[in-house]
Design a binder for this molecule. Structure first.
Ligand SMILES: [Zn+2]
Length: 248
């Protein structure tokens, strides 16, 4: 029964019995884990404020063989977002990110890109809370990409020919992008600005993307939200449980 030490981001907690909590977190070394923090609801406890959602911690836990729930031993706060906890829209936004991570990331599978991307998004929101919606879109696109659900933005899904700059591309019902000859009369044209925005997401870190997107028109932002939410709903076969106001 080895002790595991890892960085982890608290996503959600549930009360358990009188004094304990079940904690769901995204860990750097083992992906999504669920654990019990014993005694954490007692007045004096070793976990302090470290189990608040979206706190980045150093976590030590152990896991018994064949048991899904791990046991939290020790935590240490690396980064908290208490200063944002009075902003309801940000709390909803964070809860939404947590919900998507829980839905999309398989338990006990480390994914360093996902871990770093999520933390970079939180930092971007902490730095500029007004960019919340833009960063949520960025998060959705990257989450879909990392988990393999984002259509290829650079080449046609059927003939695999790279799209020309300024070429009109078509989105099918399966959300794949196709060229005009392959679409066979199906699918709707994607606006050029949306196509460009999506490709920018792939290139930039979230703070830089948010900066650039401040000049983007409302219509493109709405199209982007519509597309990401359609893909998410198709993958999950429902809409996410927590939903922030999608369009500013
Ligand atoms: Zn084609």
């Amino acid at each position: 029964m080895a002790i595991v030490e890892t960085e982890a981001l608290i996503l959600r907690t549930y009360n358990l019995a009188e004094a304990d909590k079940i904690v769901v977190c995204l860990s750097r070394s083992h992906g999504l884990i669920r654990g019990v923090a014993k005694g954490c609801r007692k007045l004096r406890n070793r976990f302090g404020a470290s189990l608040e959602p979206f706190t980045l911690i150093n976590l030590a836990y152990y896991q018994k063989e064949n048991q899904e729930l791990v046991s939290f031993r020790h935590t240490e706060i690396l980064r908290s977002h208490f200063n944002l906890s009075s902003d309801a829209s940000i709390l909803t936004g964070f809860a939404y990110m947590g919900d998507l991570l829980i839905e999309f990331s398989p338990p006990h599978q480390a994914n360093d890109t996902l871990f770093r991307m999520t933390n970079a998004c939180l930092e971007a929101i902490a730095e500029h809370p007004d960019d919340l919606q833009t960063v949520l879109r960025y998060f959705e696109v990257w989450l879909l990409k990392i988990e393999g659900f984002l259509p290829d933005l650079r080449r046609c899904a059927d003939c695999h020919r790279p799209f020309e700059i300024e070429e009109t591309v078509y989105v099918g019902r399966d959300h794949a992008l196709r060229c005009n000859s392959c679409r066979d009369g199906r699918g709707g044209a994607m606006s050029k600005s949306l196509h460009a925005q999506l490709r920018t997401v792939e290139k930039l870190p979230p703070t830089k993307f948010a900066e650039e997107a401040r000049g983007t028109g409302k219509e493109t932002k709405r199209e982007m939200a519509e597309l990401t939410h359609q893909i998410i709903a198709r993958v999950l076969e429902r809409l996410p449980r927590v939903r922030p106001t999608f369009v500013q």
